[in-house]
Design a protein around this ligand. Structure first.
Ligand code: 5AD
Ligand code: SF4
Length: 488
């Protein structure tokens, strides 16, 4: 019966308020009942995502699962019948950001008591944080973690019916292993994320991730190939392989590794033009992998190679299991095979006990490698990690001042790198119109650099050669090489 009303009376995507008003008129109901009925007929979900690509991809999967349950994506939190916060715990600033947002949107629950509000992702996986959430936000209906998103249908159902906050945080993935073939509603139509390995077995002394994402579990190569082939059939052009440490891929399987996987995907992915991957661990990055990247035409020459520090003393205390010389050897090897490789990194400043001299070694490493770009962070102590208990924690002012100096240097290096590209022709995958302008497009080079160029919407989805004409710190400008596009 409900479904008949649904088909007859609710255009897809209509807001509950508008739909409710129409139902109120058509069925002679009071406005509140009509709005609730509309929400039941045409429910919507909104997910706010914090943190890394893993979380963004988990959000795509949650939208997929909820889509199967009949939930459409709401255009904003105000429209939602289910509102989820997919949180990040890597630094305290990320946690505060999420908590601030959960607090800010609390009034939505008071306005609409039927709204299901949930928190998921990495924060609930950290010891003590679920209790913190419950204390701060008694209005929450649901708290779950990173390991049981495939259970969303039951979790939402329980949250709807139980009076107390439903808390269901798994410590690991559970006996059935990796849930395969979950539905996905991807954010884009050209570029897609594909997880190849979950978790991380490293024990970097500052990092909370092994606690939030568990031990390493690689997906089977045949499952990855099947997903990538499906993406090719659907018209996707670029995939990014995801993992906390993609270079550890296959270790737990015992018969394959990341180099093999790249070669396999390069040769078995019709329609896919570009293959990227992130993130890497220098310790597990073997010469064989460098060679596989260089030899596979679809695999792009962009390497995100988190170094964290240029000082051996700090690297040791971070438990990174490589030293500066070994890291530089890897960079040299990459450049031997791929002279134009774009290399980016992550750096932490102000690690406990970092001296001015240690910090200068980080500055000198940045110049020596010549990173194209870097994510730079102040050390943030995470409760439960070794680094949080180390002596000689640095004052905030010192961390800030070092971060500032590092950013200034990196900006100079990035600009110089980009300026060196002026005059070169780069292939870009055109992704869309630049800030909505009808006569300018944007896309990325194989090295993952953002380029804008004059052009119109008909270029979207195409790989076009672009001559770089101008360089900025974070972007490039160029012009499409016309002859090649006309004939290409
Ligand atoms: N404090 C600051 N930065 C951190 N990262 C990880 N843990 C911390 C921490 N406790 C950074 C590292 C990592 C990136 C994803 O986040 O640089 O590579
Ligand atoms: Fe964290 Fe280190 Fe694992 Fe990266 S490799 S997720 S920094 S523990």
């Amino acid at each position: 019966m409900d479904r008949e009303i649904d088909l007859a009376l609710t255009p897809p995507g209509e807001s509950d308020r508008a739909g409710g008003a129409r139902l109120a008129g058509a069925l002679n109901l009071d406005p509140d009942t009509a709005r609730r009925l509309h929400a039941r007929l045409d429910p919507k979900v909104y997910i706010e995502t914090f943190g890394c690509q893993m979380n963004e991809h988990d959000t795509e999967i949650m939208y997929g699962i909820l889509g199967r349950m009949g939930y459409a994506q709401a255009s904003g939190p105000e429209e939602a019948d289910v509102l989820l916060f997919n949180t990040c715990a890597i630094r305290e600033s990320a946690v505060e950001h999420a908590l601030g947002r959960i607090g800010q949107l609390k009034p939505l629950k008071y306005k609409n008591p039927d709204l299901v509000v949930g928190v998921c992702g990495c924060l609930p996986q950290v010891e003590g944080q679920t209790e913190r959430l419950l204390r701060m936000f008694p209005h929450l209906d649901l708290i779950f973690g990173t390991h049981n998103i495939h259970q969303l249908p039951e979790l939402i159902e329980r949250a709807r019916h139980e009076r107390e906050t439903v808390v269901d945080v798994w410590e690991s993935m559970g006996p059935d292993g990796i849930p395969e073939r979950l539905p996905v509603q991807r954010a884009g139509t050209l570029k897609a994320w594909v997880t190849i390995i979950y978790g991380c077995n490293k024990r970097c002394s500052y990092c909370i991730v092994p606690r939030t994402r568990g031990r390493e579990r690689s997906r089977l190569p045949e499952d990855i190939v099947a997903e990538v082939q499906e993406l090719g059939r659907q018209g996707y052009k670029e995939i990014t392989l995801l993992g906390q440490n993609v270079n550890a891929y296959g270790k737990d399987l015992g018969y394959t590794d990341f180099g093999d996987l790249l070669t396999l995907l390069d040769q078995s992915s019709p329609g896919i033009e570009r293959i990227r991957f992130t993130t890497n661990h220098p310790k597990d990055f073997t010469p064989k992998m460098v060679e596989a990247i260089a030899r596979a035409p679809k695999v792009c020459e962009w390497l995100h190679l988190p170094v964290q520090s240029g000082s051996d003393a700090v690297l040791r205390r971070m438990r990174r299991s490589y030293n500066r010389r070994q890291y530089l050897d890897l960079v040299r090897r990459i450049r031997e095979w791929m002279p134009d490789a774009v290399i980016t990194t992550d750096i932490i400043v102000g690690f406990p006990g970092e001296t001015e001299d240690d910090f200068r070694q980080t500055l000198s490493l940045v110049e020596e490698v010549g990173y194209d770009a870097a994510f730079m962070f102040m050390f943030s102590p995470r409760a439960g990690t070794e680094a949080a208990t180390l002596p000689d924690q640095l004052p905030q002012e010192v961390k800030k001042e070092r971060l500032q100096r590092l950013i200034e240097l990196q900006n100079r290096v990035s600009l110089a790198k980009n300026q060196a590209m002026v005059g070169r022709v780069e292939e870009i995958l055109v992704e869309g119109l630049d800030k909505g302008k009808a006569d300018r497009v944007y896309g990325r080079t194989r090295g993952n650099k953002l380029v804008t160029a004059p052009g119109s919407a008909d270029l979207i989805g195409r790989l076009v050669p672009v001559r770089i004409t101008e360089a900025h710190i974070w972007t490039l400008e160029g012009s499409v090489v016309e002859a090649a596009v006309a004939t290409g």
